[in-house]
Design a protein. Structure first.
Length: 103
């Protein structure tokens, strides 16, 4: 298997692993996880409600992608999705702070 085929397999396999929470659940959980992650990372003063939700939802997908290599993320419920979104949001905010150089 070549490197490009391996990358295509990983992306195709991991992109189909979503939880049974649904889109509304991702928005609710993402908002709470994004807000808590912004509190943890000290960026809450710079972010509004909409950006907290965006960070939380993107963080949920990022955390779910990273954790899908070690765990069965498709069978996770509300709590697993919340902690995954929180972890992914903290990682996302850390990377943004690292790239932008903001303190």
């Amino acid at each position: 298997m070549s490197a490009s085929e391996a990358v295509q397999w990983v992306v195709a396999e991991r992109s189909t692993t979503t939880t049974a929470v649904g889109w509304i659940g991702y928005i609710i959980i993402g908002g709470i996880a994004g807000w808590l992650a912004s509190k943890v990372m000290g960026t809450d003063a710079q972010m509004g409600v909409v950006l907290n939700v965006v960070v939380g939802v993107v963080g949920a997908f990022l955390g779910g992608f990273l954790l899908s290599f070690a765990f069965d993320t498709a069978s996770g419920g509300w709590w697993f999705t919340f902690f995954t979104a929180l972890l992914g949001s903290v990682i996302l905010l850390f990377l943004v702070k690292l790239v932008t150089g903001r303190r």
